[in-house]
Design a protein around this ligand. Sequence first.
Ligand SMILES: [Zn+2]
Ligand SMILES: [Zn+2]
Length: 415
Amino acid sequence: MDPASGHDAVADVAVENGRIVAIGPDLDATGFEVFDATGMIVAPGFIDMHVHLREPGFEHSETIETGGRAAAAGGFTSVCCMPNTNPVNDSAVVTTYIIERARRLSPVSVFPIGAITKGSQGEELASIGAMKQAGIVAISDDGRPVMNARVMRRAMESAKAFGLPVINHCEDLNLSAGGDMHEGFESVRMGLRGIPACSEDVMVARDILLAEVTGAKYHVAHISARHSVEMVRYAKARGLNVTTEVCPHHFTLADSDILPFDSNYKMKPPLRSCFDVEAVTEGLASGAIEVIATDHAPHPGSEKMQEFERCPFGITGLETAIGLSLEQLVHKGRVSLMRMIEMFTVNPDRILTLGKGRLTVGGEADITIFDTDRKWTFDLNKSQSKSRNTPFHGREFRGGQVASIVAGKIVWQLG
Ligand SMILES: [Zn+2]
Ligand SMILES: [Zn+2]
């Protein structure tokens, strides 16, 4: 199944020297090593455009190598890593470091995202042009959003000149200050401080207006609130170059699913109300949201296993993304299988221009193989990630990743 071409048929895919050389029924396999994918889906290699690999600086949480392995084990062949490392990826030196490490150690392709501002401090623009030369595919101050609208406007103008999209973690830090979970009935019931949905909405609104003024390519990271989805719809109706992504946990869980004081349910944006869960699911179904990204955010147990109010935000997500997407979107009949694949392949590629996400003869052989009916259980003790912070341990799935192929090489396969 290849959403870019609409190809949907039982066929063989022949790979030679890292490239796809033929796609068609009953190809002659003489002299080829054969991977039997009977009854499975063969798709373009999945792209996760939002992960945290934690290197350099936080190698006790994850490294480019372990994060790359977790990506491969999740069915991904390419990932884009956020710049909130130490040092922050705000210069060509750090960008080059990440690319060089990834080339040597990661089984999947790694595309760095550069910071918008120096040190992600929100004040002075980072070396965007030099980072673009070094290989970044977008800019973002994920986790520390640019609060100053004037700086954001300049960033959009600069990004437009360099042909880069601006990705923003939409959170008004004044509105969300001190919050631990979504503000509502559940936060009151649990006695935890709330992060209101409007802290996301006001920044989505601000950025959409700035995207119109500047003509920049703008992408909302991990959308979670229903008014934000409405505003992205508004931007699209006005013909703006505005796109967005949603994380599997935001279309799977609501604030009412949080196990009391279990810090594995703490992330930003927080799990929102069931109305928001429905709104993001509907957004995926209707096309308002075009990408599924994990926001894989590893933290070691020593940091995550604290009181809910004290532990850091974020959960891992690479290895449960396909299972959750099949469960919530395809098996429930909300989204077709072809559309689900599109949101992991050609859609992120259209935003970032990676040259990936398609199954074409002559193209690079990045391939994801998965099935849709096999029953399996996610065991975090078998995770390839260095960290274990996920609320999905023990969850039973129907269908999941079977193999990941990068440039013709099988980098991970089931069992
Ligand atoms: Zn974020
Ligand atoms: Zn993030």
